[in-house]
Design a protein around this ligand. Structure first.
Ligand code: NDP
Length: 488
C-alpha cells in the first residue's frame, strides 16, 4: 500500500496515528495515511505562527509572494495528470472530472498570484489639520482551512490562493476521506519554495484534528467548507479564540425550467447539474422545478438521458458516473430515498443499490410534485438524486425556489428576458445561473446565505477576507502637543 505523510514546517513527517484510505471503486484499503492528532495539530499551528512573523515570509514583498504563487500554479498544471489519478483513486471522483478540474485549479493560483500586489490600502482625507491618516491592509494571521472530501484540490485553492496572496500562513486540514491528493499537493508547495511553516497540510479526524485546529488560540481565521452541522461545531470552537469564519456549506439548489425554455439545453444542464461529480457537489441543482405544461416531455427526456449514463470504474475515461466517496455516504442516500418514497414520492428511475463491489448508486429521479413534505425536498443528498416539483405560475416557481433553509445556487431556464430579470431579483441564493449551470471562475465570487454559510470565495473580496485594516495616524506638526485633556 502507498503511504502518505503530513506536511508540517516544510518537511514531510509522520503523525501520531495512521489510518487506511479506502478505494471507493473496490471498497478495499489502498493507502495508509498519517493521522494528525492533537500534538501534530499543535506542531502545525506553531509552525504557521512562527512563519507568519518570520523575515522569510513577513519580509517578502507582495510581488515576491505573487511569484511563489505563479510557480505553484505552474507546478499544479504540470502535475495535474498525477494529482487527478490520485484524487480519482482516493475519492472515486471520475478521471474525466478530476483531470479537467485540476488543470483549472492552476488558474485559481494564477489569479491570486496576480492579486498579491494589488491588495491596496487607502489614504483618508481626514477632517483634521496637521494629520496624515492612511489604512494598511495587513494579513489577518494564521488561517485554519478545512475542506470536505469532494474536490479537495479545488476547495483548498480557493482558500490557499487568497490567504497566501494576502500574506497569511495556513494549516490546511484535508478530509479523512480521500486526503491523498492534498498530501501529494504538499510536494508542490515544497518545490515552489514557500518558506517552512507558511503552508502546512495535515489530515485526521474531525472530532480531534478538526476540533483542536479550529479552537487553537493562535488561529485568527477559519475558512471552512463542509456541512451545516459541522459548521456549528466550527463556529462554537472558533468562538474560543474569537477567530473570524467563512463558511461554504451545502445547498438544496432550485433548477427552474419554464415552458418557453430550450428544453434540450435545459435537460443537458440538469443532467450535469445533478449527476456530475456523482451528485457530490455543493451546487448540485437537486430540486427541479418544472412548469407543469412541459413536465411530462421534460421528464421523459431526462429519464432517457439518466438511464443512458455510463456507470463504471472512475479511472476509465469513458465513465460518466462513478462511485460515491464512502459507504457511509451511499447508505445515507439510500435511506433518504427510501424515506422519500415511503412518504409518497414517485421513483421515476434509479433508487436501487447495485450488486457488486464499490460504493455505486445509480442516477435517481424522484417526483415529489404531490408530496411537499417529502424528505427529498428539504435534505441535501450530496449524491446523484434529483427531486422534481411541478409549478403552474412564475409566482409559484419563486415561492418554491425560496422554500429552503439553504441559499447557495440556483438556475433559471427561460427565453424571456423580463422573466429572467424578475427571477434574478427574487431568488434568495448566492449564485443565479440563467440558461446555464455550474459555471465557475476564480474571477467570480462564490458563496451563499442561510444554511449555505457566509463569506465569499473567488474574486477580490475573498482576498480582503484574509486581511485586517490597520489605521495609521501621523501628526505632521512640529508644535508641542497642547491641552492633554482634549481628544484630537
Ligand atoms: P463535513 O462537514 O462532515 O466535513 C467537512 C470537513 O470538516 C472535513 O474535513 C471534516 O473532517 C471536518 N470536520 C468534521 N468534524 C469537525 C469538527 N468538529 N471540527 C472541525 N472540522 C471538522 O462535510 P462532508 O465531508 O459531509 O462534506 C459534504 C458537505 O460539504 C456538504 O454539505 C456539501 O454541500 C458541502 N460542500 C460545500 C461546498 C461549498 O463551496 N459551499 C463545496 C463542497 C462541499 P473529517 O472528514 O475527518 O470528518
Amino acid at each position: 500500500m502507498q503511504r502518505f505523510q503530513l506536511y508540517i514546517d516544510g518537511a514531510f513527517t509522520d503523525g501520531s496515528g495512521s489510518f487506511d484510505s479506502i478505494d471507493p471503486a473496490t471498497g478495499q484499503p489502498w493507502a495508509v495515511m498519517s493521522e494528525a492528532r492533537t500534538a501534530d495539530v499543535n506542531r502545525a499551528v506553531d509552525a504557521a505562527h512562527r512563519a507568519f512573523r518570520s523575515r522569510e515570509w513577513a519580509g517578502l514583498t507582495a510581488s515576491a509572494r505573487g511569484k511563489l504563487l505563479y510557480k505553484l500554479a505552474d507546478l499544479v498544471q504540470a502535475a495535474a495528470p498525477k494529482l487527478a489519478a490520485i484524487e480519482t483513486r482516493d475519492t472515486g471522483k471520475i478521471i474525466r472530472e478530476t483531470s479537467a478540474q485540476i488543470a483549472y485549479v492552476a488558474e485559481y493560483y494564477r489569479y491570486y498570484a496576480g492579486m498579491a500586489d494589488k491588495i491596496e490600502g487607502a489614504h483618508l482625507p481626514i477632517d483634521k489639520p496637521d494629520m496624515e491618516v492612511w489604512l494598511r491592509r495587513e494579513p489577518i494571521g494564521v488561517v485554519a482551512a478545512i475542506v470536505p472530501w469532494n474536490s479537495q484540490l479545488f476547495l483548498s485553492a480557493v482558500k490557499l490562493g487568497p490567504a497566501l496572496a494576502a500574506g497569511c500562513t495556513v494549516v490546511l486540514k484535508a478530509s479523512e476521506d480521500g486526503p491523498a491528493p492534498m498530501l501529494e499537493f504538499a510536494r508542490l508547495v515544497q518545490e515552489a519554495g514557500f518558506p517552512p511553516g507558511v503552508v502546512n497540510i495535515i489530515t485526521g479526524f474531525g472530532s480531534e484534528c478538526g476540533a483542536v485546529l479550529t479552537a487553537h488560540p493562535k488561529v485568527s481565521h477559519v475558512a471552512f467548507t463542509g456541512g451545516p452541522e459541522t459548521a456549528r461545531h466550527v463556529v462554537r470552537a472558533s468562538a474560543e479564540n474569537l477567530a473570524s469564519t467563512s463558511l461554504e456549506l451545502g445547498g438544496k439548489s432550485p433548477f427552474i425550467v419554464f415552458e418557453d425554455a430550450d428544453l434540450d439545453s435545459a435537460v443537458n444542464a440538469q443532467v450535469s447539474g445533478i449527476f456530475a461529480a456523482t451528485g457530490q457537489s455543493c451546487v448540485a441543482g437537486s430540486r427541479l422545478l418544472i412548469q407543469r405544461s412541459v413536465k411530462d416531455a421534460f421528464l421523459a427526456k431526462l429519464k432517457a438521458k439518466a438511464e443512458a449514463i455510463r456507470i463504471a470504474a472512475p479511472d476509465d475515461m469513458t465513465t460518466e458516473v462513478g462511485p460515491l466517496c464512502t459507504q457511509r455516504q451511499r447508505d445515507r442516500i439510500d435511506t433518504l430515498v427510501a424515506a422519500s418514497t415511503a412518504s409518497g414520492a414517485v421513483l421515476v428511475t434509479g433508487g436501487q443499490v447495485p450488486e457488486g463491489q464499490g460504493f455505486y448508486y445509480p442516477p435517481t429521479i424522484l417526483d415529489c410534485s404531490d408530496v411537499p413534505d417529502a424528505p427529498a425536498l428539504s435534505n441535501e443528498f450530496f449524491g446523484p438524486v434529483l427531486s422534481v416539483v411541478a409549478f403552474d405560475t412564475e409566482e409559484q416557481a419563486l415561492d418554491l425556489a425560496n422554500d429552503t433553509a439553504f441559499g447557495l445556487a440556483s438556475g433559471v431556464f427561460t427565453r424571456s428576458l423580463t422573466r429572467a430579470h424578475r427571477m434574478i431579483r427574487g431568488i434568495r441564493a448566492g449564485v443565479v445561473w440563467v440558461n446555464t449551470y455550474r459555471a465557475v471562475s476564480p474571477i467570480a465570487p462564490f458563496g451563499g446565505h442561510g444554511l449555505s454559510g457566509h463569506g465569499r470565495e473567488g474574486g477580490l473580496a475573498a482576498a480582503l477576507d484574509y486581511t485586517t485594516v490597520k489605521t495609521v495616524w501621523l501628526r505632521t506638526s512640529d508644535d508641542p502637543i497642547p491641552d492633554p485633556f482634549i481628544m484630537r
